[in-house]
Write a new protein. Structure first.
Ligand SMILES: [Zn+2]
Length: 165
């Protein structure tokens, strides 16, 4: 196995924290026209092929748009703040989204746009907008780590390594 200083070569589920500098409007595949408010959005995903490779892909801007979330991570003004990773084999993306909706002191949390990132799931969607202030990130990360066992925060810098460029 490769030496991995992030310790997350395992498969698992993650909450990717993104920050949008301003509101974005765009077409997202079969979802049609979508709007994304400025501020902090959290995308829940699963990476059965390994968390590290998947997170590195999210950070990379130069990629073929394949998933809904690629439309965001390749957009101007979108920055990856970091991710909370979980290696539980049973945790689902929707569990993460549900937990984030319950963050105390965050009244704005909203699953939107409907069905984003969840084409193959029966749920409401795998993206939740947490509000405009970047400081919400700390509150939401703490809530996730406290609420779901085994979560670990990786900053954008920890995800991004020069060899991934
Ligand atoms: Zn789901």
């Amino acid at each position: 196995m490769q030496d991995d200083d992030t310790g997350v070569d395992e498969a698992g589920t993650y909450a990717l924290f993104l920050h949008l500098e301003e509101e974005l409007q765009m077409q997202v595949g079969a979802l049609g026209p979508c709007s994304f408010p400025m501020g902090v959005h959290v995308y829940a995903g699963s990476a059965m092929g390994g968390l590290r490779a998947r997170l590195a892909r999210h950070v990379r801007r130069d990629k073929r748009v394949h998933w809904h979330v690629d439309r965001l991570t390749t957009a101007t003004g979108c920055r990856v703040l970091g991710a909370v990773v979980f290696t539980s084999p049973v945790l689902q993306e929707c569990d993460i989204i549900g937990s984030l909706e319950g963050v105390k002191g965050v009244d704005d949390a909203e699953v939107r746009p409907p069905r984003f990132g969840a084409s193959d799931h029966g749920c409401r969607g795998h993206l939740v907008w947490m509000g405009e202030e970047a400081s919400i990130t700390q509150v939401a990360v703490a809530h996730l780590i406290k609420g779901i066992t085994g979560g670990r925060w990786l900053s954008g810098e920890e995800i991004w390594r020069p060899e991934d460029r």
